[in-house]
Design a protein around this ligand. Structure first.
Ligand code: PLP
Length: 351
């Protein structure tokens, strides 16, 4: 299939021009900086795009899941960091196996896990590369900053694992560019950088301080002490994030077909929750402000006709800008990379 009109719907479309513009925009921001980019994989889950990010200057790839790290290692991508916790004998064993193939780093926030890792790896504990995850206010994973983080770091060193540094992800700073965003991003990092000083003061080297996302990279990448940024959404962008990082273009849409029409009121598309995966924010109709998605049902999107001048009929194809990348991507097996209305490449999504 090479014409968009020939694709079965719903289908995930990647606008290659916009993606490339985002790739270059981020690469040029980092090319002259000491702080480096290790972009997050979970926002696209496409190994071929991860390879493009590395070609464009990224020092490796951040990911959230052990399976993704395994897939990336298999694809030959170097510098993998799992910015997330694992637990349980099985998972730790898999991580130890992976660590024998490639030096993958992983986040830890718990002394029990550190002890389990050391026990499972035995005399090869020094092959396990860990970063202490510090809770800088997201209230998700992460050990408390300060003495708790130092104590965990000491356990890591005592148990013979390889300690690399600290991570502090504060969640996306969803503020438009301006002084308030600047203040928020800096405030988020203070506990992380204070913890770095504390650990270094105790005589333990902190080689890596990783933080930041698409909403704050422009600020966090300029703060002394930070060594790398783990932004990910920037590459494809979604409608929810776009107002807060306007330098990046939305690149991912769901192609759908109008399957029903109530004239003057609404149309119904064949791309519902099973194609979008998220219903807190609605997807946005591409290139037609007279149509607004008002609800997502499992198999249908309900789209209100806002203006009588809108000409739309059953059988028409409609593109919807994705509202939230991560859960949407998870539902699809492939992305169709498009340029000038034609499919140029089909990209496999690692699920
Ligand atoms: C731990 C972590 N790091 C980095 C990111 C990427 O941030 P962003 O989506 O703002 O680019 C996310 C979320 O997407 C995350 O959960």
């Amino acid at each position: 299939v090479d014409k968009l009109g020939d694709l079965r719907t719903p289908a995930l479309l990647l606008d290659l021009e916009s993606m490339n513009s985002n790739l270059q925009m981020m690469a040029s921001h980092f090319c002259s900086k000491a702080v480096k980019l290790r972009p997050h994989f979970k926002n696209h889950q496409v190994p071929a795009l991860a390879a493009r990010q590395v070609q464009a200057g990224a020092i490796g790839i951040t990911c959230a899941r052990l399976e993704h790290a395994e897939a990336l290692v298999e694809q030959g991508i170097k510098g993998i960091f799992i910015a997330n916790e694992i637990a349980g004998e099985n998972m730790i064993r898999h991580f130890a196996d992976l660590s024998r193939q490639a030096p993958v780093m992983i986040a830890v926030d718990n002394a029990k896990i550190v002890c389990d890792m050391a026990r499972i790896a035995g005399d090869r504990a020094n092959e396990l590369n860990v970063v202490v995850d510090v809770d800088v206010g997201l209230k998700r994973c992460g050990v408390a900053p300060g003495h708790d983080a130092l104590s965990l770091t000491r356990t890591i060193v005592e148990k013979g694992l390889c300690f690399h540094g600290l991570m502090g992800y504060a969640g996306s700073v969803r503020l438009p560019p301006g002084p308030e965003k600047d203040r928020a991003a800096r405030a988020n990092l203070k506990p992380l950088l204070d913890t770095k000083d504390l650990i270094e003061g105790a005589g333990i080297a902190v080689e890596i301080v990783t933080c930041g996302g698409t909403g704050d990279y422009s600020i966090t990448s300029t703060i002394s002490g930070v060594t790398e940024i783990q932004a990910g959404s920037y590459l494809l962008m979604d409608a929810g994030y776009a107002p807060f990082a306007p330098e990046f273009l939305p690149a991912l849409s769901v192609l759908s077909t109008v399957v029903s029409k109530t004239p003057g009121r609404r149309i119904v598309l064949d791309a519902g929750l099973k194609a979008h995966g998220f219903k807190d924010d609605m997807p946005v109709v591409k290139g037609n402000s007279g149509l607004r998605v008002s609800a997502l049902h499992a198999e249908h999107a309900i789209v209100d006709i806002l203006s009588p001048s809108v000409s739309v009929d059953v059988g028409d194809k409609i593109e919807l800008w994705v509202a939230y990348l991560d859960p949407t991507i998870k539902l699809h097996e492939r992305m169709y990379g498009t340029r000038n209305g034609l499919v140029e490449v089909v990209l496999k999504i690692e699920r």
